[in-house]
Design a protein around this ligand. Structure first.
Ligand code: FE2
Length: 207
């Protein structure tokens, strides 16, 4: 009886799922697959995928910062920032997918899991605990600044190498979205009165 069951499991056609499988990689990280009819030479695709992976790691880190702060925000602006952080999170999720799929389109391999992202990102790691709103906003703005700097550099290099698709993605989607999010965040750091307008000072009135 037991032998019959084993024989069934080894049958080429079987309803038994094959669990716990491992095998060698079909493409190592840091390489690009050959013979894609994209009219982009291998060295170009190698350089672009390497730089796009840096941008991907930083974008994934910023995405996760938004979710962290969406959960951990505190204070009188809790509700509006809770919603804003989640909106920006969703937009960063879309950027992550666009960047990762550009890497795959170029024949490369996108980094994907948290451990690889943590090893690669240039964005400062925040503490596990909760921080005040101005610190959360500052961390987000610093992360955007890192990304904006690298998008401009990457866009120029893509243009030099005639990788117009990467240039377009980086400028039209990544750079513009990050610039807009910077504006939305920065306005929360302008110190204006909430209820009572400040009286002009005597010296200001004389002047
Ligand atoms: Fe939520």
């Amino acid at each position: 009886m037991a032998r019959k069951q084993i024989a069934k499991a080894n049958d080429p056609i079987s309803a038994q799922p094959r669990f716990h499988q491992r095998a060698r990689e079909i493409q190592p990280y840091g390489t690009v697959s050959h013979a894609l009819p994209l009219e982009l030479e291998e060295p170009v695709r190698l350089e672009m995928t390497e730089q796009l992976n840096q941008l991907l790691a930083d974008t994934m880190t910023l995405r996760d910062l938004y979710k962290k702060f969406h959960w951990q925000v505190a204070g009188p602006t809790f509700y509006q920032l809770h919603l804003l952080f989640d909106k920006h999170y969703e937009e960063q999720v879309e950027l992550v997918d666009s960047i990762a799929e550009r890497i795959q389109t170029l024949g490369g391999i996108s980094i994907a899991v948290a451990a690889d992202v943590a090893e690669t990102t240039q964005i400062e790691r925040p503490p596990r605990g909760r921080e005040e709103v101005p610190v959360q906003l500052s961390r987000l703005l610093d992360a955007h600044q890192v990304i904006i700097r690298e998008t401009r550099k990457l866009a120029r290099r893509a243009s030099e190498l005639q990788d117009d698709g990467t240039n377009d993605l980086v400028v039209s989607e990544v750079l513009r979205r990050n610039e807009l999010q910077v504006w939305f965040l920065s306005e929360h750091l302008v110190d204006v009165p909430l209820v009572k307008a400040e009286e002009p000072s005597v010296t200001a009135r004389v002047a």
